[in-house]
Design a protein around this ligand. Structure first.
Ligand SMILES: [Zn+2]
Ligand SMILES: [Zn+2]
Length: 283
């Protein structure tokens, strides 16, 4: 089992500790590689996204840590970049020109109107009560319409490019499964998700197995039912904890590797000396 994590947050966004605190945890638990993926700047301010002004300091601080811990831990700098729409996503020059080791593409917001301001966004990653209110207000109380919107944005994100890894690709079910009429097996859910997976495979992107809610809510993204489809499509995966606290760096890793093994995965894709390589899953 690889001791690596490429999806993590720190005080540059909504993580609860400094980058070095996460590094200390990773070193003390014998990690091989650790990557930061702060929430990217957006056209509007939120309490969990980085501000553009902090970008130079973020890059410098991770660079400092790379040097300080050289020989003990491979440290990488990435970003978790929001796909908002065709005009604001990882493919725009601002993100392409940043000196990053990798980019995770994720969807947290679905715009329901322009301009791209927070009041025009449906947040799919917040509380259930806000989510439910949005389904009622913007989707005629029909969860199928929100799911369709989410996967159509996901498909556009994959098409737009500028990313290496698709982040928590079906997090829509975190709150969605509590809504009336939701089904993981219905055609209206399965088909658009499968379309996204096929496009991911065609584009040669990676998908993370996100363990943030594995122990807390018994949820993994992608959902356990869909891991076998990733396997069939030969989509490379890695296990990421999406941690916001240092003591959660390793949360759910053993369990996720067990699920991958049961599904028939033989390798995870790992950054080794700056290059993505397939590494065998052993014991
Ligand atoms: Zn996220
Ligand atoms: Zn995250």
């Amino acid at each position: 089992m690889q001791l690596s994590n490429y999806h993590s947050h720190c005080t540059f966004c909504d993580g609860r500790s400094t980058p070095e605190d996460f590094i200390k945890f990773a070193v003390s638990h014998s990690f091989r590689a650790y990557g930061f993926s702060s929430h990217s700047p957006l056209p509007f301010e939120t309490f969990w996204n980085m501000s553009k002004d902090d970008m130079p300091e973020y890059l410098m601080e991770i660079e400092r840590l790379k040097k300080k811990y050289a020989g003990q831990l491979e440290i990488y700098v990435g970003l978790e970049i929001d796909y908002l729409d065709e005009t604001y996503n990882a493919s725009i020059p601002y993100f392409r020109e940043l000196p990053l080791d990798y980019r995770i593409g994720s969807i947290h917001f679905l715009p329901i109107a322009l301009p791209l301001e927070e009041e025009n966004m449906v947040c799919i990653d917040g509380s259930f009560s806000d989510y439910k209110d949005s389904v009622e207000k913007y989707y005629g109380a029909d969860i199928r319409k929100l799911v369709a919107h989410y996967f159509s944005s996901t498909l556009k994100m994959i098409e737009a490019g500028g990313i290496d890894i698709v982040g928590h690709m079906d997090k829509i079910y975190m709150n969605g499964h509590k809504c009336e009429g939701f089904s993981l097996d219905a055609d209206w859910y399965r088909k658009p998700l499968n379309d996204c997976l096929e496009l991911i495979a065609e584009k040669g992107l990676m998908v993370e197995v996100n363990t943030k809610n594995l122990l807390k809510k018994q949820q993994i993204y992608p959902h356990i039912n869909y891991l076998s489809r990733l396997r069939e499509l030969n989509i490379p995966v890695m296990v990421n904890s999406d941690c916001h606290y240092p003591d959660l760096v390793n949360d759910g890793r053993t369990e996720a590797f067990e699920l991958l093994k049961q599904t028939g995965f033989k390798t995870t894709r790992e950054l080794i000396n700056g290059k993505w390589e397939d590494v065998g899953i052993t014991n």
